[in-house]
Write a protein that binds this ligand. Structure first.
Ligand SMILES: Nc1nc2c(ncn2[C@@H]2O[C@H](COP(=O)(O)OP(=O)(O)O)[C@@H](O)[C@H]2O)c(=O)[nH]1
Ligand SMILES: [Mg+2]
Length: 179
């Protein structure tokens, strides 16, 4: 048996649900900025200093998936490239209730495309009052036919929703890199 291990990165707007998504999926306690850190292990300290979340998911077939949440744009965005190193791909989460979700989506795609071309998009907070509905993303897809990244509407608090993104990312990687 080959023991598989993948690394998946969560990126996207502040408050989109990156930390929540990792918490929803993780089989271990999530190392997180929000958590009070009394652990003196150096990696834990580094993660909490720069704002990385870390969790682990074991899939049904035993594959271990390391889940890495990137810090927001406003701080330490230089670390995004480092986090993406060796990753299977990136899940970009965008909060639909922001004033400019499409602009944010374009920004994160442009920023992450060069580092990790296997990208899945998750639009969150569709249950929250907003001037925008799901149709703006369908229009965006129509206008950007060359982009072609799978896009899902999810709630980061729902484990099955987030699992769908992970499965799509792995399936995409299988097609792209024949893993
Ligand atoms: N209403 C709603 N809340 C969500 C959704 N996804 C995440 N949240 C909540 O949004 C808040 C911010 O999420 P968080 O994971 O801290 O965002 P991060 O900055 O991307 O790490 C948390 O309270 C989540 O529970 C969603 O689809 N709908
Ligand atoms: Mg967070």
């Amino acid at each position: 048996m080959i023991l598989q291990q993948y690394k998946v990165v969560f990126a996207g707007t502040m408050g989109a649900g990156k930390s929540e998504a990792i918490k929803s999926l993780s089989n271990v306690d999530v190392v997180s900025t929000e958590a009070m850190n009394t652990d003196t292990a150096s990696h834990t300290k580094m993660f909490t200093t720069v704002g990385i979340d870390y969790g682990e998911l074991i899939l049904d077939d035993g594959t271990k998936v390391g889940l890495y949440g990137t810090p927001g744009q406003e701080r330490f965005d230089f670390i995004w490239n480092t986090i993406c190193n060796g990753a299977l791909g990136t899940i970009i989460l965008i909060d639909n209730s922001l004033a400019n979700p499409i602009e944010q989506l374009n920004f994160y795609l442009e920023r992450f495309k060069p580092v990790s071309d296997n990208i899945i998009i998750g639009i969150t907070h569709l249950d929250v009052k907003s001037p925008y509905t799901a149709s703006i993303y369908r229009e965006w897809e129509q206008k950007n036919k060359d982009v072609n990244y799978p896009l899902f509407f999810i709630d980061a608090r729902e484990k099955n929703d987030v699992l769908l993104l992970i499965e799509a990312l792995i399936a995409n990687a299988e097609v792209r890199f024949s893993i």
